[in-house]
Design a protein around this ligand. Structure first.
Ligand code: SF4
Length: 233
């Protein structure tokens, strides 16, 4: 039973697009990516703005399930991404994906805590990539949302339940410098996070929500604390 009243139901054509094959987005598994329309944040560096501002998309969940039936024994996993997939009630969709035998990964900003907790309790997720957008002091500035507390609860839940997940941050020297990333590193350490922390450079595709360009000064990774394992992507 879904108890998250704020979640949208998964109706027709809520899926913006489908990437039918990837070997990069689910660790050690061949997967497809389901891109959900819409997001509850407006991160300055987001280059998926067409997805973020979309109300609908090309596919319904049933369309995706029809596709998945043709990929049984060819793909191993499904990545639920977006936009913010957890803004939708994913329970029925995940159950049907599970029945076909696929693993499920959720890419998320972690701000729909109640629904993510529910999906975990129902054992409908196998892996999560959780964005740690910014330290608390800069969270609203970067994301244009006021959802740090929700994100923080999700992070604690994943750590405390020892769920299989990773956390990651997009770096842009003029938005988040080494001091900011060090605040995140210290926070992760203090919460008991003992997995790799992934840093990915801002990708200048020429179009993003904040109309930002590549930073003029390169990010100085030598200033980062060594409290946890850091991996650059
Ligand atoms: S980068 Fe930010 S705005 Fe873009 S999809 Fe992710 S959470 Fe939403």
């Amino acid at each position: 039973m879904n108890t998250n009243k704020e979640n949208n139901s998964l109706s027709a054509k809520t899926i913006y697009d489908l990437t039918s094959f990837t070997h990069l987005d689910y660790p050690e598994h061949l997967a497809c990516i389901v891109w959900f329309s819409g997001c509850n944040m407006r991160c300055d560096y987001c280059y998926n703005k067409d997805i973020v501002f979309a109300k609908n998309g090309k596919y319904s969940p049933d369309d995706i399930l029809t596709f998945l039936k043709t990929r049984v024994n060819l793909l191993e996993a499904v990545v639920l991404s977006g936009g913010e997939a957890s803004s939708y009630d994913l329970i029925s969709f995940c159950r049907k994906i599970r029945e076909l035998g696929f693993k499920i990964k959720l890419d998320t900003n972690g701000t729909n805590f109640t629904h993510i907790k529910e999906l975990l309790e129902l054992k409908l997720l196998d892996y999560i990539a959780l964005d740690y957008k910014a330290p608390e002091s800069k969270f609203t500035q970067i994301t244009h949302s006021n959802k740090y507390d929700e994100f923080s609860k999700t992070l604690d839940l994943l750590i405390n339940t020892k769920f299989n997940f990773e956390t990651r941050t997009t770096i842009h020297n003029e938005l988040l410098d080494a001091d900011d990333i060090n605040k995140i590193i210290l926070d992760l350490k203090q919460r008991g996070y003992n997995r790799p922390y992934y840093l990915q450079e801002f990708l200048d595709t020429g179009s993003n929500i904040g109309n930002i360009t590549a930073p003029k000064k390169k990010f100085n990774s030598s200033l980062l604390l060594k409290e946890i394992e850091i991996v650059f992507r």
